[in-house]
Design a protein around this ligand. Structure first.
Ligand SMILES: [Zn+2]
Length: 116
């Protein structure tokens, strides 16, 4: 079950199941130090590629770290977008320009690609 996806501007995504998502958010302190803009009501956010790479390199290893670093390495822009699949949130209180950028990146809905 998809819980959280990390998406780049081309729509490439790493999708985590609930256990992986909880683990990764715990290891990275909810991507706090890499977040440039976030919804106050759910886990959707915009993160800096460079700060994320630093964060993941300093955090204890996670099963999906390699894939996420690869996504960050290949990202066409300076940002990645975290998409919360389970929050029934329309982000009414997320009102900075990062939200527009996030909407552009994640819509139309991303078709999650998982590696075998
Ligand atoms: Zn939200």
């Amino acid at each position: 079950m998809a819980d959280l996806s990390i998406v780049d501007d081309d729509g490439k995504a790493v999708t985590l199941d609930p256990v992986e998502a909880v683990g990764l958010l715990a290891l990275t302190d909810n991507f706090d130090s890499a977040t440039t803009s976030a919804c106050p009501d759910c886990r959707s956010r915009v993160i800096s590629v460079v700060a994320l790479a630093d964060l993941l390199e300093q955090a204890p290893p996670h099963a999906r770290t390699g894939e996420i670093l690869e996504l960050a390495d290949d990202a066409p822009t300076l940002h990645l977008y975290v998409l919360d699949h389970v929050a029934l949130c329309t982000h009414p209180r997320w009102r900075d320009p990062g939200h527009e950028e996030w909407v552009d990146a994640v819509a139309p809905p991303v078709v999650a690609r998982r590696r075998p």
